[in-house]
Design a protein around this ligand. Structure first.
Ligand code: COA
Length: 322
């Protein structure tokens, strides 16, 4: 765990974009041996969005970024760095960040993608906050974007029903001394579990797809996340019940319910959108942030705790005073 020092930063604006092709659980019933009741009971998901033909990860990232810039009332030319958290870029290189840098007209911005499973965009946010704290950057655009449609195994009922495509974004900027600020962050990784959630071949010689040992992921998160949350709060000098709003990676309602129960947190203190979007991986925490902001759930002076977890395995937390 570490406290941020140096210049404070604040969230100046947020945005999101969901592509237009909607797939409900009933649509999955037509192509797989599954049913709406099973999916809702095990995951909380009712529908999710997928990219239209020809749409790519950078298209989703671009639209979410445009909305965040407009919301922040900051022009693209004022952005110093663009950080994109993603696990499904259309190319390993160039980065999604570079593609949107050009398309947005962010003429003096640097650009990089960050890969860290579903923790990727929260990791990008921590890098952005650190860059502002050190004086390196003044305005940072952070995006989480995923276009999984192409890499899902559509015959694997244990994985494809969980995921969805989408993008969320926020603009970070220098804050006043007594204004909003990021207080602390904690990031951990257990690479010994790298094979339970991976872009890999199911069998030798087969093309790579999204592979997940669902039950092992479920067990890992349920075991590791409650002590992570408790220790992050304790090390940040607060109790979990002193957090006003939790902005969470939307993986699975069952996971969120059981983790919150074990830490003693009420699920009333978080926004859940899994039912509508499924698990959008690195995009999910940024979409949840945008929806929490626009619903007026984040008020001045409140404590906001961000928690993400995913492939690696990785877990991350950040504490923000709005
Ligand atoms: N519809 C119907 N049955 C399904 C199914 C589906 N979509 N997917 C799996 N099943 C079946 C399995 O084949 C298995 O059948 P069997 O007993 O005949 O072998 C049965 O349901 C139980 O499978 P299991 O994998 O043990 O189910 P589960 O209770 O663990 O639920 C997940 C599966 C994927 C919902 C659950 O493991 C999970 O949520 N994991 C975490 C996923 C996650 O959040 N990943 C992202 C982290 S960032």
């Amino acid at each position: 765990m570490s406290y941020f020092s140096g210049r404070s930063s604040k969230i100046a604006g947020t945005g999101k974009y969901l592509p237009g092709r909607v797939m409900t659980n009933f649509d999955f019933e037509k192509i797989l041996d599954t049913n709406d009741e099973w999916i809702v009971e095990r995951t909380g998901i009712k529908k999710r969005h997928f990219v239209e033909k020809g749409q790519q990860c950078s298209d989703l990232a671009y639209f979410a970024a445009l909305e965040a810039l407009k919301d922040a009332k900051i022009s693209a030319s004022e952005i110093d760095m663009i950080l994109v958290g993603t696990n499904s870029p259309e190319s390993m290189f160039p980065s999604v960040a570079s593609k949107i840098q050009d398309r947005l007209g962010a003429k003096r911005a640097g650009a990089m993608d960050i890969h860290a499973g579903c923790t990727a965009s929260l990791s990008a946010m921590a890098v952005g906050v650190s860059g502002i704290a050190s004086g390196m950057w003044n305005n940072v655009l952070v995006v989480g974007a995923e276009a999984f449609g192409e890499i899902l195994d559509w015959s694997d009922r244990g994985t494809c029903i969980l995921m969805g495509d989408g993008a969320g974004a926020c603009v970070l900027t220098v804050s006043d001394e007594d204004g909003p600020c990021f207080v602390s962050s904690k990031f951990i990784s257990d690479g010994s579990k790298h094979d339970i959630l991976a872009y890999a071949s199911a069998r030798e010689g087969e093309p790579k797809t999204f592979q997940m040992k669902g039950h092992e992921v479920f067990k890992y998160v349920n075991k590791e996340l409650p002590p992570f949350i408790s220790s992050f709060c304790e090390q940040s000098g607060i109790l979990p019940e002193q957090v006003d709003l939790w902005v969470l990676h939307q993986a699975n309602t069952r996971i969120i319910d059981s983790v919150f129960k074990r830490v003693g947190i009420s699920t009333e203190r978080t926004l859940l959108n899994l039912e509508r979007y499924g698990n959008t991986s690195a995009a999910s925490i940024m979409i949840a942030l945008d929806e929490s902001m626009k619903a007026g759930l984040i008020k001045s002076g409140q404590r906001i705790c961000f928690i993400a977890f995913g492939a690696g395995m990785t877990i991350g937390g950040m504490l923000y005073e709005a």
